[in-house]
Design a protein around this ligand. Structure first.
Ligand SMILES: Nc1ncnc2c1ncn2[C@@H]1O[C@H](COP(=O)(O)OP(=O)(O)OP(=O)(O)O)[C@@H](O)[C@H]1O
Length: 256
């Protein structure tokens, strides 16, 4: 049997905005069956990377493949197998949650009955409750985020991209999201989880990549990252990696 390709494969991926390099030759291979964390300080390049994977931005150099599909050459096929949650997504104000979810289900080719069954499943998992029969224009921040998440996973995507997905959720909704992310881990499925909140990464992520200044500083399981940096906590490991990188950059600048 041929082994299935990694669900995410980046080769020397770079993105420049004018003369500014936001992503700098990132190479990474991630298999399914896990929640993969993306950690980095403000401006590290996380959103840039996730936007390239979501086919919303073109890389300047290198390649990125999702489920074996190249994001630049096969963007339509990539869009069919990803789900995306990020801060900038709007919902049509005049539609109810149920109508929004049905329209997305239709986009992915789900029949009406299949869509209803999936909505019931997501209602139970994410407690969609009142959002289903309320128009999006009347949503609170948390209601909006719940429907945005349900919309992203309506077709059970191979790769789910969560960019600060828990922001704006109250503790109940946040707990439901984290439990759901943990339970959704299974072969052939990958969740990319980008956040600033270290406790969320500690709780749900199997492996973690640390980005800084567009560079991939480290990637591994949490115990591997702790051992590598001789740290006691993920937060400490994160600070050490960033400090080492900053010292290396200063050293390199002095050497010029
Ligand atoms: N359209 C753009 N034009 C110019 N520079 C940009 C553009 N978009 C992002 N950048 C810059 O690229 C760098 C990486 O930004 P990005 O949004 O990917 O970082 P991030 O890791 O997601 O940060 P945050 O945690 O603050 O969201 C930043 O320095 C940002 O200012």
């Amino acid at each position: 049997m041929t082994p299935s390709p990694p669900l995410l494969e980046l080769k020397q991926l770079s993105k420049r905005y004018g003369s500014f390099t936001a992503l700098d030759g990132v190479t990474l291979s991630v298999d399914g069956g896990q929640v993969f964390g993306l950690l980095g300080p403000n401006g590290a390049g996380k959103t840039t990377l996730l936007r390239i994977l979501a086919t919303l931005l073109q890389p300047s150099a290198g390649t990125a493949a999702v489920a074996g599909l190249d994001v630049t050459r096969q963007p339509d096929a990539v869009r069919q197998c990803i789900g995306v949650v990020n801060g900038g997504m709007g919902l049509p104000a005049r539609l109810t949650g149920r109508e929004i979810l049905h329209s997305f289900a239709g986009f992915y080719g789900l029949g009406r009955a299949q869509a209803e069954a999936r909505i019931a499943e997501l209602d139970a998992a994410l407690d969609l409750g009142r959002t289903l029969n309320t128009r999006a224009g009347e949503y609170s921040t948390g209601m909006r985020q719940k429907v945005t998440i349900a919309r992203a996973v309506i077709q059970d995507p191979a790769v789910l991209i969560l960019d600060e997905a828990a922001s704006g959720l109250d503790i109940f909704a946040r707990r439901a999201l984290l439990d759901w992310v943990a339970a959704a881990r299974r072969p052939g499925r990958l969740t990319l989880y980008s956040t600033h909140v270290m406790s969320e990464v500690e709780e749900v992520c199997d492996r973690v990549a640390v980005l800084h200044g567009g560079r991939l500083l480290a990637e591994g399981t949490q115990p591997e990252l702790l051992a590598r940096t001789e740290a006691g906590t993920l937060e400490q490991a994160f600070f050490r990696l960033v400090e080492q990188d900053e010292a290396a950059q200063v050293g390199a600048a002095h050497a010029l």
